[in-house]
Design a protein around this ligand. Sequence first.
Ligand SMILES: [Ca+2]
Length: 241
Amino acid sequence: MMRRRAYYVLTVLTGLLLFFPVGCGEQPGDAVPGTDEEMAEDQAGQLLPPEDIVEIVLEAQDGEVTPLMEIEEFEPFTHPEAGPQEASGGLCVVVPKHANREREAENQKRREEGKSPLPHEGKLVLTFEVPEDDEYYIWPRVMWGEDGGCENSVGFRVNDGSELVLTSGTYMTWLWFKVPPLDHRSDLPRAYRLDAGEHTITFTNVEDNIRIDQVYITNDPYAAPPSGQIMELVEPDDFSF
Ligand SMILES: [Ca+2]
């Protein structure tokens, strides 16, 4: 019992360190990442690739976009180390730079008055279908802003699950974001148990000047999208449920 408790605490601490960017102010509405012990233990074991590989590619601009998020025509450029940067379909979804300035000023005032801060506004909801009950791995293609400090996180949740804050320290290049597993000992991305049928992924506005281009979904735990590359759109199969 004591060991289980110690493990739980460690998981929570690791989650906090992984998901909360340091020095970027408070992020109202962020939940502590999921800490389901049983699922974490499942993921610690060796997994075999599935017999029938499922791959789904979603375009951010095809989702339901709520302001302050908006669809942007992405202007290609060349990163000095990472090379050419392009968005699939020429479009991405963005929280524009300084979009949250007004809300942050408002929250500053609220804090001075002893009130709790309000969350930032804006989200992107992507709806997709999976053909069979399975564990799926979800890779968002994101780009953080040029600010080098903040401007590097987005809220992320699957269906009605708890919200994670995806964040990293690589700026101004498209990156396939590996959602960290529940079990910190695993090298695999986080597994989401999904039933056959319709599901949603929701991105929420946490910081401004961030971009979302695509989302790659697969049931193969070892299938990482090639670094920097746009994934080809896969025509959805005629799923029969
Ligand atoms: Ca796109």
